[in-house]
Write a protein that binds this ligand. Structure first.
Ligand SMILES: NC(=O)c1ccc[n+]([C@@H]2O[C@H](COP(=O)([O-])OP(=O)(O)OC[C@H]3O[C@@H](n4cnc5c(N)ncnc54)[C@H](OP(=O)(O)O)[C@@H]3O)[C@@H](O)[C@H]2O)c1
Length: 256
């Protein structure tokens, strides 16, 4: 029951070039996984691939791809199968945020956020499904605490994650007869590069982080590696009876 080894398992992680995805790649490499690392920044991907290889001696497959482009998503699945011949776990982690509610919004923001956080996940999951059915594998989606908790700060982002939760549950129900599990993790605030392109300064992000942290019942930060550990648990055989779940890791924020 405590086997967390991923020996001979092929795990595809999107957004592996930074933050939660990069930390998860390194975490899973320490448990012997064969990794496919996807992101747009080739240099960052190669750096993470090196860390992973050092941990387990297995060369990950880095794939530079913009997941908002249909052809690039197709390339990701094709190259994974060409290289490793199978797929056991899909971790849909890549995501972007745009700050602003309905009064400070535009359709470019909406399209970028929904295109990355939901449309790309839909297409990649669709193309990966036959391979996951073959391996009796599983999917872990990286959602957010704001998928269910209303907030005024990032409307497009919040609704993209609400959609992702429902996607998780519907696909879990559909693929259960095929022996494929589908779950989501819903983190609260984790300090990563997510807020870099939002127009917020480093100081504003730090202040935001301090405020959010002080508002949580446990009054502390969440480290990316804690999210990685939850993802790894859900992806492992220890979670063989768990499907369709959306699991908060939020310092108790949803209690309020
Ligand atoms: N940090 C938080 O507080 C927090 C809280 C809850 C949920 N989350 C979720 O956690 C996930 C990871 O975010 P993070 O915090 O680790 O942020 P991050 O450090 O900014 O990482 C985001 C990742 O997504 C990739 N990505 C973005 N757009 C992409 C595209 N079009 N094609 C391919 N890859 C793309 C980025 O890679 P490239 O730049 O190389 O393309 C990067 O690796 C996201 O889904 C986010 O919504 C984060």
């Amino acid at each position: 029951m405590t086997n967390m080894s991923f020996t001979d398992k092929v795990i595809l992680i999107t957004g592996a070039s930074s933050g939660i995805g990069a930390t998860t790649a390194i975490y899973l490499s320490k448990q012997s996984a064969k990794l496919v690392l996807v992101g747009r920044k080739e240099g960052h991907l190669k750096k993470i691939a090196l860390y992973c290889e050092k941990a387990n001696g297995i060369k990950p497959l880095p794939i530079t791809a913009d997941l908002t482009e249909d052809a690039e998503v197709q390339k990701v699945v094709q190259e994974t199968i060409d290289h490793f011949g199978r797929l056991d776990v899909l971790i849909n982690n890549a995501g972007v945020i745009e700050m602003g509610g309905i009064k400070k919004s535009n359709m470019e923001m909406y399209d970028k956020v929904m295109g990355t956080n939901m449309r790309a996940v839909y297409q990649l999951t669709m193309l990966a499904t036959p391979h996951l059915i073959e391996s009796k594998g599983n999917i872990v989606n990286v959602s957010c605490v704001w998928s269910t908790k209303p907030s005024t700060m990032a409307l497009a982002y919040n609704i993209s994650k609400a959609a992702l939760d429902q996607f998780t549950k519907c696909v879990a129900l559909e693929l259960a007869p095929d022996g494929v599990r589908v779950n989501a993790v819903n983190p609260g605030f984790v300090k990563t590069n997510l807020y870099n392109d939002t127009g917020l300064t480093e100081e504003q992000v730090d202040l935001f982080m301090k405020n959010v942290t002080s508002q949580t019942p446990l009054k502390k930060m969440i480290e990316a590696v804690e999210v990685s550990a939850l993802i790894a648990y859900l992806a492992s055989d220890n979670a063989k009876s768990i499907t369709g779940g959306c699991f908060p890791i939020d310092n108790g924020r949803l209690l309020q």
